[in-house]
Structures are given as structure tokens and as C-alpha cells.
Design a protein around this ligand. Structure first.
Ligand code: PGA
Length: 250
């Protein structure tokens, strides 16, 4: 049985002081949730938020990291630094990183492997653009990103990978893939994992859906057989909505 994994991607929102105040409220309001929970503040807020959520049922996630451990990489953050702060998971290959910062599948693959090497969970994002969907290429784009992003990741290491399917056209737009459309792609991605690895790995891997998930649609999305959680941007920024998402099953 895969445990539902609800994660908040705060993106470039909330100053460290705002993040601390918000995290304090979340610790209180989420304490009875039985889903796996993660919050991913900006890099600048990781350290103070780590102190707030220590010992709670919420794990700390980062939104990105460098593809190498250390050295002359001005402006980057190392996996070693994230680990030192108590970060347990890192979002990699988010469509905003791909589109705005030009991250390639090869770079994302290097980051995924480095995160796993250091024991972090890689929340590995894939998803097609509207143009690609309209051209009937949604599946092939996701397959290609999956294959390239997970290149040289072993079956055993797949325990440290969470896949987040986020159709680019649904991110921050208010447009959600219908539960049935999302399920179809999730099922196909699981099939791809089975082809690349094994049935056992495919049945274990958590595949989150992301793209305008909100309290009003979360239940229908999570009810789908191959949707195992959500990676949530906008609706993770308010206590009330993130609590409703975390407790969607209550
Ligand atoms: P959204 O963002 O929930 O605001 O659409 C999701 C994401 O980009 O992870």
C-alpha cells in the first residue's frame, strides 16, 4: 500500500520570518494528519523552518540544489548544506526550473543521482506543456523525461525517488487535469517505471500529481488508483487550505 504524500512547494514566497510564523501554525494544525507531509520553503527559510518543524510529523524539503557537492558555484546550494540543515527531500526538475532556468534532463539527472547518493529523497518532476498535450504528445514527453531524469538510477535507489507529474499548463493557472486524465498519465508513468525497472518498483513508487490542486478537487484526484499524493503550490500557502489538503481523507 502506498502512503499518500502531500507536499507544499512554497516557491519564492514568504520571507524567513513569515515562513517561521506559518510553519508554527502548520505544526499545530497538521498534528493529527495521517498522510505523509512535506513543506518546501525557499532556501533562505530552510534553517529557521527546520527548527520549527523538528520532531513534528512534517518533513523538510528543499526546492532545488546544485548538481555537484561543492566548489566554485556562486549562488548555488549544495546537497551537503541541505543535509546539514535537516532537509530530507528535494524537489528536482520542476517545470519552472526547466523553463525559466533552462535546466536540461541531463542536469536534472545529475541532481537526482547526487540527492540519492546523500540519502535525500528526490521529488522528481515531469510534465508536458499545453502545446505538447494538444499535439498528442503528453505521454511521450513524460516517458522521455522519466527515462532521461532517472538514467543510471538503480532499482534499489528508486526507494529514494518520488515522481511528481505536473502538467505545465495546470501549474498556477487554476486549470486542473481532470482526475481521469491525470489518472491516465499516472498509470502510463507507472507502466514506464515497470518497463525500466520491475513490477515491484512500479507498485512501490509514489507518483504525486501537481497543478492547481486545491481543497475542492483533492479528494477526486486522490481517489484515482495511481495518484499517490500532491505537490501543491498556491494552495499550500495558507494554513486553512494546506490543512484541508493534508486532511483530505478525514
Ligand atoms: P500550483 O503549483 O499548485 O500553484 O499549481 C504546483 C507546483 O508547481 O508544484
Amino acid at each position: 500500500m502506498r502512503k499518500t504524500f502531500i507536499a507544499g512547494n512554497w516557491k519564492m514566497n514568504k520571507t524567513p520570518s513569515e515562513a517561521v510564523a506559518f510553519a508554527k501554525e502548520l505544526v499545530k494544525s497538521l498534528k493529527d494528519s495521517d498522510t505523509k507531509l512535506m513543506i518546501a520553503p525557499s532556501t533562505a527559510a530552510l534553517a529557521p523552518v527546520a527548527d520549527v518543524i523538528k520532531g513534528s510529523n512534517i518533513i523538510l524539503g528543499a526546492q532545488n540544489m546544485a548538481s555537484v557537492e561543492d566548489g566554485a558555484h556562486t549562488g548555488e546550494t549544495s546537497v551537503l548544506m541541505l543535509k546539514d540543515l535537516g532537509v530530507e527531500a528535494v524537489i528536482l526538475g520542476h517545470s519552472e526550473r526547466r523553463a525559466i532556468y533552462g535546466e536540461s534532463d541531463e542536469l536534472i539527472n545529475a541532481k537526482v543521482k547526487l540527492a540519492i547518493k546523500h540519502g535525500l529523497t528526490a521529488v522528481f518532476c515531469i510534465g508536458e506543456t499545453l502545446e505538447e498535450r494538444e499535439a498528442g504528445k503528453a505521454e511521450t514527453v513524460c516517458f522521455d523525461q522519466t527515462e532521461k531524469g532517472l538514467k543510471d538510477v538503480s532499482a534499489a535507489e528508486m526507494d529514494k525517488v518520488v515522481i511528481a507529474y505536473e502538467p505545465v499548463w495546470a501549474i498556477g493557472t487554476g486549470k486542473t487535469a481532470s482526475p481521469e486524465d491525470a489518472q491516465a498519465i499516472h498509470k502510463a508513468i507507472r507502466g514506464k517505471i515497470e518497463q525500466l525497472y520491475s513490477k515491484e518498483v512500479a507498485e512501490k513508487v509514489i507518483i504525486q500529481y501537481g497543478g492547481s490542486v486545491k481543497p475542492s478537487n483533492v479528494k477526486d484526484l486522490m481517489a484515482q488508483a495511481d495518484i499517490d499524493g500532491g505537490l501543491i503550490g498556491g494552495a499550500s500557502l495558507e494554513v486553512e487550505s494546506f490543512t484541508a489538503l493534508a486532511n483530505y481523507n478525514k
